[in-house]
Design a protein. Structure first.
Length: 257
């Protein structure tokens, strides 16, 4: 475990060093189209995945990438880790996220988020925030972008009971496009609330797209069922691999807290 600690320490130092370095490289993109900044963000994602592999022995396996439709799209992903907030971006042409408004206040970083037109919401505003989020999401998707959302709203550790909110179904209805469910097991290797990075195979699986126009209750049920079934399968495989690599899967990875 000491070796994992040391590797995690080195990784985190380099991870943020690369972030700062690329933020400097990206400064000229303020004068360029937003696509230039998205390109730099893709470099950060790819560099981070490379560092995960060579330092922490975390391999990333992508399944079902051929199922990603072209054009406007709603992407609904399981959320276990910080990893998917940046690593999913390179798979899409013009990705956009819904994020909390406080991130916009971070110096420089917040300006980057505004440049690529991320949708910031005030979670304390209730129904008003949902209506504004839906309006902006519809406009973004209809302009040809791919909207990535986490239907549980916040990170949930592997094994925690699912907690799907209903707001994502309203966005789906308003946008009128296909929905791509995404399952993953990132929480086993990049857990929340710790800087530790555990070895193994991080799997992200793109599932069969759902057509537009499904009734709200049916849509929520189908998204939840396909994501949870696939996530449960790849989480179980990931735990077995970790038991072989380090003796046991981290106990808090299965916690619901």
């Amino acid at each position: 475990m000491l070796l994992i600690f040391l590797r995690s320490l080195v990784f985190n130092v380099l991870f943020y060093a690369v972030l700062v370095g690329l933020a400097i490289v990206a400064l000229p993109t303020f004068l360029m189209p937003a696509r230039a900044l998205l390109t730099v963000a893709g470099w950060w994602a790819k560099a981070s995945i490379f560092l995960m592999r060579v330092i922490c022995n975390i391999k990333v396996e992508v399944r079902g990438a051929e199922k990603i439709p072209e054009g406007p799209l709603l992407v609904v992903a399981k959320h276990q880790s910080f990893w998917e907030t940046f690593a999913l971006m390179p798979f899409f042409d013009r990705p956009i996220f819904i994020l909390k408004r406080q991130l916009m206040h971070i110096p420089v970083f917040g300006q980057f988020l505004r440049k690529i037109e991320m949708i910031a919401i005030n979670r304390s505003a209730g129904v008003k925030a949902l209506l504004d989020m839906t309006r902006r999401a519809r406009a973004a998707v209809r302009s040809g972008r791919q909207l990535l959302i986490f239907p549980e709203g916040t990170r949930r550790p592997p094994g925690a009971p699912p907690d799907y909110k209903t707001g994502f179904a309203q966005i789906y209805s308003a946008c009128g496009v296909r929905c791509l469910p995404v399952a993953l097991n990132s929480g086993l290797f990049w857990p929340r609330r710790t800087f530790m990075r555990y070895p193994g195979t991080l799997v992200v699986e793109f599932l069969d797209p759902l057509p537009p126009g499904l009734p709200k209750d049916e849509f929520i049920a189908r998204v939840r069922d396909v994501i949870e079934d696939a996530t449960g399968r790849i989480v179980e495989a990931g735990r077995k691999e970790q038991e072989q690599l380090i003796g046991s899967a981290p106990s808090y990875a299965a916690s619901s807290g």
